[in-house]
Design a protein around this ligand. Structure first.
Ligand SMILES: [Zn+2]
Length: 269
């Protein structure tokens, strides 16, 4: 399998797929500028992505980060720009957790015997984003919108809507090829966030990991996450055990355990 390749999901809308972590980064091309959606897990991966973009377009770029997880945000230094945007809380999250994420993933990649990637993450300079503009952003003949659909995969997720093409970059609100990740998630309100995303009526949704999906796929994953949320509720009310929750979950044990450990966002607790 190639390390990285393009998938076109609409006219001038591209997904850069990566074998590593099954990561998906995005590119939306207008007439005056292009929008880079997430930058990869380190500057080397970011620079390779930037190089691939330059084969498609010479237009100046602006950058948006869907959330602060390293694999989406640590490649930003490869994209020199005054316009690096994210949800306001993404900046704080990178300030507070950036070095911890770095340590965790350097250790993990060393254990997996991938010292090169570990080293690239160790050396990545973390770039802090500014607050994304509210309302329409005009790339020239093409509008994009940045939307915080509520807490879901993290407390500061941003999705990117390209209305003219009915394409939506969902960050890690959706995953194809693997279950969604609950480590920093708010399972009880995640389904509502996906409802807000689906209300935009996208026909193609780009997950943060895996291949682009349809609205039907997103609806199915929304139902599975709602099942996990319900199991979390029953567990937190003391009505089922960890083992029972794992047994009844649509997802593998490690995913369900992480979900069970997360706080409720709604109604206290
Ligand atoms: Zn993530």
């Amino acid at each position: 399998m190639a390390e990285a390749w393009w998938v076109e999901v609409g006219e001038g809308i591209w997904v850069r797929r990566h074998a590593e972590l099954d990561l998906s980064l995005g590119l939306v091309v207008g007439e005056r500028s292009c929008l880079v959606v997430d930058t990869g897990g380190d500057e080397v991966q970011g620079a390779a992505f930037a190089g691939a973009i330059r084969e498609l377009t010479e237009l100046p770029w602006v950058v948006v980060l869907t959330h602060a997880h390293f694999d989406h945000a640590f490649g930003t230094a490869a994209f020199p720009s005054d316009e690096v945007w994210a949800h306001p809380a993404c900046r704080r999250e990178l300030e507070e957790t950036g070095e911890r994420q770095r340590q965790e993933w350097v250790t993990r990649y060393r254990k997996e015997n991938k010292p090169e990637i570990a080293d690239q993450i160790r050396r990545a300079r973390i770039v802090l984003p500014r607050s994304a503009p509210e309302g329409d952003v005009d790339l020239g003949g093409r509008i994009v919108r940045f939307i915080h659909p509520g807490p879901a995969h993290t407390g500061h997720d941003l999705v990117i809507h390209v209305p003219d093409a009915h394409v939506l970059f969902a960050g890690d609100l959706l995953e194809q090829g693997a279950p969604p990740a609950f480590g920093d998630a708010f399972p009880d309100v995640w389904p509502e966030a996906l409802d807000r995303v689906l209300a935009l009526k996208p026909t193609t949704l780009v997950p943060g990991h895996g291949d682009p999906v349809t609205a039907d796929f997103a609806r199915t994953q929304r139902e599975e996450i709602a099942q996990v949320a319900e199991l979390c509720r029953l567990f937190q009310e003391g009505r089922i055990t960890t083992e029972q929750a794992i047994e009844r979950s649509p997802y593998p044990a490690e995913f369900t355990s992480e979900a069970l450990s997360r706080p409720r966002r709604r109604g206290g607790r």
